[in-house]
Design a protein. Structure first.
Length: 272
């Protein structure tokens, strides 16, 4: 609306989240695509007996680094010792891709006890599921929203199938989710603090290397989120790294290593 100086964008509220179709910000005239939204929703949230806790925070790392981190379940016992895991629980975390990586995303089965899966839903959603035989499931849902190069906003949904729990466990989780949100948020933000410093410096290192390799190969001033030879900069020796390897390859194929597209209303990020 020119007279009010407003930019009008299509929006929809679903699953307690306001979704914005931002194609026009990226120089596109594409109409809203319900398929894109459906892919980013979590159907399990609408099941009876499912309870969730949401929190969000701005983090000092690129959205691609945040995505990569939550695709790697093997880091939990080391980085999150004392918060949501413990080092004595460390062990192999075999991951096997369920499908060939596609533009819409990819997923892997996690052969642990209890078993589960990790799924990347392009462009910025990672869903981790844990399945317990004849018992409850839980999901950790992370939306890694780009703010600017080197900064991301994490929207996290912690989801538990409380209705399938029994006895004291069910009572305990019901009481936990009934606590004031500010108390729960304090504990959840401790989890984010566990690996902030590592991921921040990993991001700086990757983008610094990307800056050099990009200038050497194309002369462009736009910075990649990963170097052309990223496989030489990252040590990914085990099957636990399957999702990370697939994601880095996906970034190369689908974004030419540049990561998320930026709004035409913002200034391009230059390496200088």
């Amino acid at each position: 609306e020119k007279r009010s100086c407003l930019l009008v964008l299509p929006v929809r509220e679903q699953q307690g989240v306001i979704w914005v179709w931002a194609a026009s910000l990226l120089g596109s005239n594409a109409a809203p695509d319900d398929g894109v939204l459906e892919r980013l929703l979590v159907p399990e949230l609408d099941l009876p007996g499912v309870t969730s806790l949401d929190y969000s925070r701005d983090l000092p790392m690129d959205a691609t680094v945040l995505c990569e981190n939550v695709m790697d379940p093997s880091h939990l016992p080391f980085t999150h010792d004392g918060t949501i895991s413990r080092r004595s629980a460390a062990g192999p975390v075999p991951l096997r891709l369920k499908n060939r990586p596609e533009r819409q995303g990819f997923a892997a089965e996690r052969a642990t006890e209890p078993p589960g899966s990790v799924e990347f839903r392009a462009p910025h959603c990672v869903v981790s599921e844990t399945r317990r035989v004849n018992s409850f499931r839980d999901w950790n849902v992370v939306y890694a929203v780009p703010i600017s190069p080197g900064r991301a906003r994490a929207f996290v949904r912690v989801v538990f199938e409380v209705g399938r729990m029994e006895g004291l466990q069910k009572l305990g989780f019901s009481l936990l989710f009934g606590l004031p949100k500010w108390i729960l948020h304090q504990n959840n933000h401790r989890i984010l603090e566990d690996d902030n410093i590592f991921l921040h410096h990993q991001d700086l290192s990757l983008r610094a290397s990307a800056m050099t390799s990009l200038h050497a190969s194309t002369g462009s001033s736009y910075q990649r989120v990963q170097p052309v030879d990223w496989a030489k900069h990252l040590y990914l020796p085990t099957s636990a790294d399957t999702m990370v390897t697939a994601y880095r390859g996906w970034l190369d194929r689908e974004t030419d290593g540049l990561g998320p597209a930026w709004s035409t209303l913002t200034q391009p990020f230059h390496s200088a």
